[in-house]
Design a protein around this ligand. Structure first.
Ligand code: NAD
Length: 342
């Protein structure tokens, strides 16, 4: 792992992963290929912009020729592919961009890796970041998904991610491309763009604005702290067996409503106000086709590679709420970015 290409490194998980890699891989050069869509921000990487081992390249992963040049010129031996359109609500309004980025963009990168690696025959790895949403939805009491559970994606977002997983796998089977895939559950933590549940609730609650909760709020997710996710990806890069996929989850099963209530309680404790912030909770019309429950069985990565999550939900949420409270400059820049885009 000498020259790593991170795609989508200006996004939430990608930027956390670059920070993680700089700390844990002192010898490697990190190249961040990101086109900077609405959800990407160089503000997430402001503290490391002068770091000599970090290099930013503005570019679209759908540009096949440029992908090859980036891989060739930087002698890339490891690709960690985060870049994607990621918000389910947007995939319902505008699915086309999801198909383009998530499917065609992944194909483009795979082509670049296949062409370059067939010349250099380096020890290399294409690591693809996927989601638990490819498995569909679970009823209460049904067992968590294992890696070999059949895919049944329900939204245009999850269908585009499922397609990209299949394409990655096909490049391994047909061309011998050394790949690994990880399917993770919902992430939370620092630098998450405020369109996803946890940052929306924290920012609205800080400003005493209504706290929107979809439907009855009884949807269940397996929340994973982004730093645990980064460590799991790193573990798979180091110890994972090419041709395998690994689930990454934490094993918790709170409802969305209980997460929102917990955030209110944490904020009330850290920054007391006269009325509890729970009074701001406001139920809104549910998302069409909203999956009810996700749960991952992560015993493969735990037993075979020795990874396990370090953050419990309680401590992870407390740390996350604190991070948003302590980073008003980041919030201000991201809000300006949102204003500029709308
Ligand atoms: P994000 O939306 O915060 O960031 C996506 C990044 O990709 C942005 O920086 C954006 O500019 C970049 N990007 C988008 N299109 C691009 C293109 N065509 N070329 C180059 N860059 C492009 O997303 P995230 O939450 O950090 O998610 C990262 C990955 O993890 C995605 O593949 C997503 O499907 C997966 N994932 C996320 C979660 C989660 O809870 N956030 C859960 C499971 C899986």
């Amino acid at each position: 792992m000498k020259n790593v290409l991170v795609t989508g490194g200006a996004g939430f998980i990608g930027s956390n992963f670059i920070h993680f890699l700089l700390e844990h891989e002192p010898e490697c050069q990190i190249h961040n290929l990101d086109v900077l869509t609405y959800s990407g921000s160089l503000e997430n990487l402001r503290d490391i912009e002068k770091e000599p081992r970090y290099h930013f390249i503005k570019g679209d992963i759908c540009d096949t020729k440029n992908d090859f040049l980036v891989v060739e010129q930087n002698k890339i031996d490891t690709i960690v592919h985060f870049a994607a359109e990621t918000h389910v609500d947007r995939s319902i309004i505008e699915p086309g961009q999801f198909m383009q980025t998530n499917i065609f963009g992944t194909y483009s990168l795979l082509e670049a890796a296949r062409s370059y690696w067939s010349i250099t025959k380096n020890l290399c790895r294409f690591h693809h970041i996927s989601t638990d949403e490819v498995f569909g939805t679970l009823r209460i009491g049904e067992p968590p998904w294992t890696e070999d559970f059949p895919y049944a994606p329900n939204s245009p977002y999850s269908a585009s991610k499922a397609s990209s997983d299949h394409i990655v796998r096909s490049y391994g089977h047909t061309f011998g491309l050394p790949y690994t895939i990880t399917n993770c559950s919902n992430n939370y933590g620092p630098y998450q763009f405020p369109e996803k549940l946890i940052p929306v609730i924290i920012l609205n609650a800080l400003e005493k604005k209504p706290l929107p909760v979809y439907g009855d709020g009884q949807q269940i997710r397996d929340w994973l702290h982004v730093q645990d996710h980064c460590e799991a990806i790193w573990t798979v890069l180091k110890k994972g067996v090419p041709g395998n996929s690994y689930n990454i989850g934490c094993g918790n099963q709170p409802t969305n409503l209980s997460i929102v209530e917990k955030i209110c309680d944490l904020l009330d404790e850290m920054q007391p106000v006269s009325n509890s912030r729970r009074e701001l909770i406001h139920f809104v019309k549910d998302r069409p086709g909203h999956d009810r429950r996700y749960a991952l069985n992560s015993s493969k990565i735990q037993n075979e590679l020795g990874w396990s999550a370090r953050h419990g939900l309680e401590t992870g949420l407390r740390q996350t709420v604190k991070w948003y409270m302590e980073n008003p400059e980041w919030i201000a820049v991201i809000k300006k970015q949102i204003e500029y885009q709308t």
